[in-house]
Design a binder for this molecule. Structure first.
Ligand code: C2E
Ligand code: MG
Ligand code: MG
Ligand code: MG
Length: 283
């Protein structure tokens, strides 16, 4: 791919790294070094309570600002981290950093129940130590367990249902929140998944974004109702319009997380919005 900038000047355009055979290997070794170089950080996307429009919590999302290449998308580096095992370190970093920020933010007026939600990938879950890591992190930052939520996808849980179930039960006993992420994109049935101790379901963006097929509202409504009957709270991801948000509110969907409210923010910006008690900035 090349981008023509007029005349005979052609600037090389860097597409996805995976198209370069060497790119992935290079990215892999760079990722190993990224820690020491302070290239990794977390962004925090508000999860908004639909009933009052306030920030109920944040999802912590890993960011990698590569020293030469600039921002690398998680869609690109998370799979590399997973296949190399680096995800374990990355995940520990994310958990610790998110917990540390949360402890600070909860001290703001009216924010004692604020939560943070951290993504967990399969390599982390099958490692025996996750339960201990979580326990120690809660202790270190003196956090109420229910204010820390772990997000897992259905495919992760279905990869190893027996083992996942055991670990999830131990985490549940500790009191942390368990969210089923990207719901509707995997292959498992909701009733099967309910054998796992989830307390929150996140409806995947694909049901709320883009062109509205006529069946979509029916699917969304059914998921929300079924989740509620099973005792789960619901987060709608990627809601694009105020009209859709209003419909979700009428369905008593508890939360929404999307660019409509706020993109992932720096920790400083997240704190500022909590202080102002506003999701969007009054500019
Ligand atoms: P996810 O957990 O489903 O996170 C939600 C993604 O949707 C985020 O992308 C967020 O920026 C994006 N998003 C939120 N609202 C909207 C919207 O209204 N429109 C659109 N188009 N997108 C929206 P992001 O940050 O690029 O993360 C992508 C994925 O990378 C995450 O999906 C998660 O699976 C993975 N990931 C990110 N951080 C971590 C981490 O710390 N650990 C693990 N294991 N995975 C992570
Ligand atoms: Mg997530
Ligand atoms: Mg998601
Ligand atoms: Mg996703």
């Amino acid at each position: 791919q090349a981008k023509r900038l007029g005349g005979d000047r052609i600037e090389a355009f860097r597409p996805a790294f995976k198209t370069h055979s060497s790119g992935k290997v290079e990215l892999e070794s760079d990722l190993r070094r990224a820690f020491g170089r302070n290239e990794l950080s977390l962004a925090y996307q508000p999860i908004v309570r639909l009933a009052d429009g306030q920030i109920a919590g944040f999802e912590a999302l890993l960011r990698w600002n590569h020293v030469r290449r600039g921002p690398v998308s998680p869609a690109e580096f998370i799979p590399i981290a997973e296949s190399t095992g680096l995800i374990v370190q990355l995940g520990q970093f994310a958990l610790d950093e998110a917990a540390r920020r949360l402890a600070d933010w909860q001290k703001l007026p009216g924010q004692a129940k604020l939560f943070v939600s951290v993504n967990i990938s399969s390599r982390q879950l099958i490692r025996q130590d996750l339960v201990n890591d979580v326990r120690q992190t809660l202790k270190l930052y003196n956090l109420a367990p229910e204010t820390v939520k772990l997000e897992l996808t259905e495919s992760l849980v279905m990869d190893n249902p027996e083992r996942s179930a055991k670990l999830l039960v131990r985490l549940k006993e500790m009191g942390v929140g368990l969210s089923l992420d990207d719901f509707g994109t995997g292959y498992s049935s909701l009733s099967y998944l309910m054998r796992f101790p989830f307390d929150t379901l996140k409806i995947d963006q694909t049901f709320l974004r883009g062109e509205a097929q006529p069946q979509r509202p029916i699917i969304v409504q059914s998921i929300v109702n079924m989740a509620h009957e099973l005792g789960l709270a619901v987060v709608a991801e990627g809601v694009e319009t105020d009209a859709d948000a209003a419909k979700l509110k009428l369905l008593n969907c508890e939360y929404a997380q999307s660019y409509l409210y706020a993109p992932p923010l720096s920790a400083e910006e997240a704190r500022r919005r909590l202080q102002e008690r506003q999701v969007k900035r009054a500019s």
